[in-house]
Design a protein around this ligand. Structure first.
Ligand code: FDA
Length: 302
């Protein structure tokens, strides 16, 4: 299966663009903010919260970084105008982290101030290992002045054990995920590059650390076994449901997310939108051969 997924992932650049768009439709709300608002309203009616991601590649110019930031400000306006139960998720490289760190910090500050005015929270997605330390430093500088600001941590990285020590405290919101980037084995916990299940004990260790520290945790996974273990962990430590939520990507594992909602857990859906759908789709497919396999299976089913 792994070989099959890997072959599919390498074939992505040769799949016609129109077909990739068709396949990616379930993962993306649409091209513009109106499509995102419509999708969010549907999710809200069903009882879900959402976090909105503006699609975009690493900014290649300051103008691109400014454009992405401006789009996030429009998203915050829409959240306010339509009374949406939504936060936003930001990628610092899209705001120029690898281009000009000061610019990135200024743009994020503007976004955080605007989010604070309307009472929306912001989460910083965690990107590849080139960015990890820069992002943690940036988060800690900004978080000193902005309370409703969270950070994603990747359980597949060895370093997360050290990182979480300074990040897990009662004031913080942390999102735990397995991690999506193709990293060298030296950065990863044992076997993580070959076996996604190998990440699970580490994910649970970090979750326990967060529970003990008293922070709010977003459990971002579609792994049903891991979710059951997370629920059992919360139960065994007497952690109230108000202290964590589950997060899932739009279009993924919908029956599982519905089940969690029925069981009374908070569930937030990660909703990407934007014209840069091709970059997002192919990056995800290449980065995670497993996802590529899902796409091909979906294609064959159709
Ligand atoms: P795993 O990869 O083991 O998949 C478990 C099961 O989920 C699969 O067997 C399959 O059933 C289902 N599944 C997973 N992906 C699917 C897909 N695309 N289509 C259909 N089914 C699928 N990563 C990162 O590096 N930085 C970040 O900031 C974030 N942020 C983030 C936010 C949210 C809300 C989520 C849900 C995920 C992220 N991620 C992320 C991505 C995350 O690290 C991870 O790569 C994916 O969630 C897939 O891993 P799982 O934990 O679902 O487990």
């Amino acid at each position: 299966m792994q070989l099959f997924n890997s072959v599919v992932a390498h074939a992505i650049p040769w799949i016609p663009r129109a077909l990739v768009q068709k396949m990616a439709r379930r993962y993306i709300a649409g091209d513009d903010i109106n499509a995102a608002v419509k999708r969010l309203q549907q999710l809200q009616t069903q009882g879900f919260c959402a976090t909105i991601d503006v699609l975009g590649e690493t900014a290649a110019t300051p103008a691109q970084a400014h454009n992405t930031a401006a789009e996030y400000l429009r998203v915050l306006d829409a959240i306010h105008t339509y009374g949406l139960h939504a936060s936003i998720s930001v990628k610092p490289t899209a705001m120029g982290l690898l281009l000009d760190e000061d610019l990135c910090e200024r743009l994020l500050t503007e976004i955080l101030q605007s989010a604070c005015r309307i009472g929306a929270s912001v989460c910083m997605d965690m990107e590849d290992v080139r960015c990890t330390q820069m992002q943690i430093d940036l988060f800690q500088r900004l978080q000193a002045h902005h309370s409703d600001f969270g950070l994603a941590l990747q359980a597949y990285l060895r370093r997360t054990y050290q990182d979480i020590e300074s990040l897990a405290h009662a004031r913080n919101t942390l999102r735990l995920c397995k991690g999506i980037y193709r990293e060298e084995a030296a950065h990863l916990v044992d076997n993580a590059g070959r076996d996604r299940n190998a990440i699970n004990p580490h994910f649970l260790a970090h979750l326990a650390r967060c529970f003990d520290a008293g922070c709010f945790v977003a459990i971002a996974t579609h792994d049903a076994a891991l979710i059951d273990q997370a629920v059992a962990l919360a139960h065994s430590r007497g952690i109230d449901r108000s202290r964590f939520e589950f997060q899932m990507l739009l279009g993924v594992s919908e029956s599982l997310r519905d089940r969690l909602l029925v069981q009374g857990f908070g569930v937030r859906i990660y909703v990407p939108f934007g014209k840069d759908w091709y970059g997002y789709s192919t990056r995800r497919l290449k980065e995670n051969p497993r996802i590529a396999g899902h796409v091909l299976r979906a294609m064959l089913q159709r």
